[in-house]
Design a protein around this ligand. Structure first.
Ligand SMILES: [Zn+2]
Length: 184
């Protein structure tokens, strides 16, 4: 995994465009309850644990709300930027946790300085992959399709390896694969 990818502000822009596409598709489908028009109801999210070069652009979580007063159903599209209810950014959680696989103390210190999160947080991100994620119904269904099975102890690096292309393509494909869990 190329560490330079984490520092690239273009990666953020790419993921933002992906989120805009996912939200546009949700909006085109209409209200999930009554099929009426959906209005924007996005909300601000203060990102944490983000490389300095990413503190750019628009950090709203894109969300939609039914226009009908008697419905008001909220529809939150999948996201490639925000991982689940966490304030942490999906791409960073993937990359940092992947880099943490086979760590050296020097590499850990570098990641702490670079991303500005504590060693404790990085350890929790690793636990999210190797304990929390694998207990979800999403994982049980989606991972069953991966042959041979991915090595749980090496997540998320072992999952990144399953997607084709360069580092950025793999990251994008993994986040898209994971996007269903971000809708709660
Ligand atoms: Zn509705």
């Amino acid at each position: 995994m190329d560490t330079a990818l984490l520092a690239a502000p273009q990666l953020y822009a790419l993921l933002q465009r992906c989120d805009e596409d996912l939200a546009a598709a949700q909006r085109a489908a209409g209200c999930p309850r009554c099929r009426a028009t959906l209005h924007w109801g996005s909300y601000p999210r203060k990102p944490r644990g983000v490389p300095r070069s990413w503190i750019v652009g628009d950090w709203r979580r894109l969300s939609l709300c039914c226009a009908r007063r008697d419905c008001r159903q909220r529809a939150t599209p999948p996201s490639m930027r925000f991982l689940g209810p966490k304030v942490y950014v999906g791409a960073v959680v993937v990359l940092v946790a992947a880099l943490r696989c086979g760590p050296t103390p020097a590499r850990c210190r570098l990641l702490e300085q670079w991303v500005g999160v504590s060693r404790h947080t990085i350890v929790r991100w690793r636990q999210w992959w190797t304990e929390t994620l694998i207990a979800t119904p999403f994982w049980r269904a989606a991972a069953a399709a991966l042959m041979p099975p991915v090595a749980i102890g090496q997540l998320p690096a072992s999952l990144l390896e399953r997607f084709a292309g360069g580092p950025r393509d793999r990251l994008q494909a993994l986040l898209r694969w994971l996007a269903p869990i971000t809708t709660g």
